[in-house]
Design a binder for this molecule. Sequence first.
Ligand code: 5GP
Length: 209
Amino acid sequence: MSSIEIARTPFLIVVSGPSGAGKSTVVDRILERSPHLVASVSVTTRPPRGDERDGVDYFFVERDGFERRREAGAFLEWAEVHGNLYGTPAAFVSRMLEEGMNVILEIDVQGGMLVRDSRPEAVLIFIMPPGFETLRERLRGRGTDDEEVIKRRLENARREISSYGSYDYIVVNDELERCADDCLAIIRAEALRRERTSVQGRRRAAGEF
Ligand code: 5GP
């Protein structure tokens, strides 16, 4: 008798999309529903918003602290977004992959393109808002940013949306549950790809079963 053993290589999942597309909510929903996924917590120079917590939503640092980490090569990728610096901690991501977890990076399109180039095995998902009106309403509804910031974010959103062509998958977030379902379907199918799978047949002694 022989048994077949399947090993899967864990991978990175990049989730991008404009501010107000609902990325964070979608990612939270995906994490709740999949035990083999973990989200990377980014380092940022942006001050905390609302009830955001240090070490949970972001690691909040001063600009010089960010630059020191960057010079030391601590980031898998980093980018300046809306005047603030954001970076993905490389050590955390490597550790999680080594432990067999797939890692979600919720990052902007500049960071997405850097990951695509440096880690070609990564899966890139673009979360598309259903329309600009929805985007504006969601940014206003957040109630944490003033009109000037919202205007800047909307301009940025138009630029971000024009980058969707570089992503592997485009998922429209018109309904949270469906959007999270679509993302999970993508991640499940990607995990089963032949390139991420090694199959080993092991012969067992007759009579073992
Ligand atoms: P927010 O300030 O609204 O939390 O995030 C602003 C933008 O920065 C979002 O598009 C978010 O996905 C992106 N972002 C968050 N963390 C990172 C990161 O580590 N790297 C990059 N490149 N972008 C990030």
